[in-house]
Design a protein around this ligand. Structure first.
Ligand code: HEC
Length: 101
């Protein structure tokens, strides 16, 4: 019998990153590149791995929670439940590349 997902133990942080990744795949991948080297589908949207070069990821959780992420007309403003915003930020931090924060 294949092991069910419940059989594995995740740390709280791994669980949070996984939740954030799932959100990013559904809500962000249409415009932002999620991978380590791909181009964003939307020409103006920075790949998520580069976000820490332009914004402070630690401020992002609050911006997600109050729905003020970007002024760009194409970028939807969401309001995530606080826990999902935290997961999304944990995920984003886990995929940053380039100069250290
Ligand atoms: C419909 C297209 C679209 C979707 C979907 C989208 N974005 Fe964006 N996003 C953009 C564009 C375009 C920009 C560029 C804004 C600018 O240049 O000011 C942007 C900018 C951003 C910025 C600001 C970057 C900066 O340097 O200020 C963040 C953070 C961001 N997006 C995160 C996300 C996250 C996280 C998701 C998924 C939850 C997401 N976006 C989904 C189009 C999108």
């Amino acid at each position: 019998m294949p092991a069910a997902a419940d059989d594995f133990e995740f740390t709280e942080e791994e669980e949070s990153v996984g939740r954030g990744e799932a959100i990013a795949e559904t809500a962000c991948a249409g415009c932002h590149a999620l991978g380590a080297a791909d181009e964003s589908p939307h020409p103006d949207a920075p790949p998520l791995r580069l976000l820490s070069q332009t914004i402070d990821l630690d401020t992002l959780e609050a911006r997600f929670a109050d729905g003020s992420i970007s002024d760009h007309p194409d970028m939807p403003d969401w309001q995530f439940e606080q826990i999902d915003a935290a997961g999304l930020v944990d995920y984003l931090k886990s995929v940053q590349s380039g100069p250290a924060e």
